[in-house]
Write a protein that binds this ligand. Structure first.
Ligand SMILES: N[C@@H](CCC(=O)N[C@@H](CS)C(=O)NCC(=O)O)C(=O)O
Length: 206
């Protein structure tokens, strides 16, 4: 059976749990990381030498990097042309946005999350203001991209929506100033209608 290692309040674990729920895949989930610990054992190091969550085990395969896990689940365990587009150009577009989430969107919001939710002393109020501006810039890009379609690649949800949707919840849940972005707001409402998103992503931030 598929096995997910990682605590449920981690945004990167949430992507995996949301994907599993969209695909209705049976799985086991183990709470490790954060207050649960368990990342410093030799066994965990063999699964992920970075000692981070999530890890997905599928038989002999141990996968880390949440977006790689989402891609694998969509391609190997989902229906053809489902979450993973069959058309190489559409798939490349999904990959592009998934990489943008890692390179731009998540780094924009992370300092605000650490200061406002985790009270991490490494971050200051100035970092929160910088994050506010960086998030506004990034979500304006999304606002323009969402012209004329409901989801990242068109009228149906694909794997591109998983990382972007996970950060979108954080943006609306954090006490940050936000410009009015009607298409992003409608996108968030549309995602919120999905039971799998509501259950696995729209959790209180901790
Ligand atoms: N790029 C990695 C990042 C993994 C990561 O940084 N995970 C965090 C949680 S979101 C972690 O393992 N933190 C240590 C812990 O939870 O103890 C991914 O997308 O999977």
């Amino acid at each position: 059976m598929l096995k997910v290692w990682g605590r449920l309040n981690s945004i990167n674990v949430q992507k995996v749990m949301w994907t599993l729920a969209e695909l209705e895949l049976a799985h086991e989930q183990v709470d490790v990381g954060g207050a649960y610990g368990g990342l410093d054992t030799a066994e965990y190091g063999a699964l992920n030498p970075n000692r981070k969550i999530p890890v997905l085990q599928d038989g002999a395969l141990a996968l880390w990097e949440s977006n790689a896990i989402v891609r694998y689940l969509a391609e190997a365990h989902g229906p053809k042309d489902g979450l993973c587009p069959a058309d190489p150009k559409e798939k490349a577009r999904a990959d592009m946005w998934m990489d943008w989430q890692v390179s731009t969107l998540l780094p924009a919001i992370t300092p605000a999350f650490h200061k406002l939710i985790r009270n991490n002393p490494d971050y200051t109020e100035e970092d929160v203001r910088t994050a506010e501006r960086a998030c506004a810039d990034a979500f304006r890009i999304l606002e323009d991209w969402l012209i004329g379609h409901d989801f990242m690649l068109g009228e149906r949800m694909t794997m591109a929506d998983i990382p972007i949707g996970a950060v979108t919840h954080r943006w609306f849940a954090l006490p940050l100033g936000r410009p009015s972005l009607p298409r992003v707001e409608a996108y968030y409402r549309r995602l919120a209608e999905r039971p799998a998103y509501a259950q696995h992503v729209m959790l209180p931030l901790t």
